[in-house]
Design a protein around this ligand. Structure first.
Ligand code: BG6
Ligand code: MG
Length: 221
């Protein structure tokens, strides 16, 4: 039987509701370009890097963009997004998250952040939550994004634990795939339809607690 040694968190949509800000910022860019973007399409972008997300959005039409144009569009989206995240305060931690982070710390279970976002360190700072995490994976050092397991495996390696001793928490399908491909226990936050493969699904972060995680992790291992 495995002992739970670490919990590796996604950021956007798990620790704070920045998934909504990403959506609003992409929506504003898509409107400007006259592209038929909606919330359903946005689901495909969750957990996916900025440039890959842009490519997906631009694929909604046949227009060909140069690399320089794409770069400018990505910068534009990020400027809109940065305006939004500038206003983040510790009150924007999603329900139950701070409590869970405190419980993990008290129990000596290690924690890491595995976010695809280059804005992650800034957001953690605004949330005043960086001190709860033992390691923040530097996404600039990651070659393959989610659903590749690299970011979660890097988190486990940095914490000095085996993947099978870890739980990963995600709100995106690509993220759940990455956690499972890493050989970790996958907890999905969101609607069951999008979280099909997760080991455990909660509809809200408010349901998360150390005892819930530990008892379900034990059942599987
Ligand atoms: C992920 C989000 O966490 O980060 C994606 O789920 C986002 O929606 C990606 O595209 C990259 O974020 P950023 O902040 O580097 O543009
Ligand atoms: Mg997310």
């Amino acid at each position: 039987m495995q002992t739970l040694k670490a919990v590796i968190f996604d950021l956007d949509g798990v620790i704070t509701d920045t998934a909504e800000y990403h959506y609003l910022a992409w929506d504003s860019l898509a409107n400007e370009l006259g592209l038929p973007f909606d919330r359903q399409f946005n689901e495909k972008l969750k957990g996916v890097s900025r440039m890959e997300s842009l490519e997906l959005i631009l694929s909604l039409r046949d227009t060909v963009y140069t690399d320089e144009q794409k770069h400018r569009l990505a910068v534009k989206k990020n400027e809109v997004y940065k305006e939004m995240i500038n206003k983040i305060t510790p009150a924007d931690l999603l329900p139950g998250i701070e409590n869970l982070l405190m419980e993990l710390r008290e129990a000596g279970i290690r924690t890491a952040l595995a976010s695809a976002s280059k804005n992650a360190p800034f957001i953690l700072d605004r949330l005043e939550a960086a001190h709860y995490l033992d390691h923040v994976v530097d996404v600039n050092m990651i070659a393959s994004g989610k659903p590749d397991p690299e970011i979660f495996l890097t988190g486990a390696a940095r914490l000095g634990v085996e993947p099978t001793q870890c739980i990963g928490i995600e709100d995106a399908e690509a993220g759940i795939q990455a956690i499972l491909a890493a050989g970790m226990y996958a907890v999905g936050v969101g609607a069951p339809a999008q979280m099909q493969k997760a080991d455990l699904i909660v509809s809200s972060t408010a349901e998360l607690s150390l005892s819930l995680l530990q008892s379900n992790f034990k059942k599987k291992s």
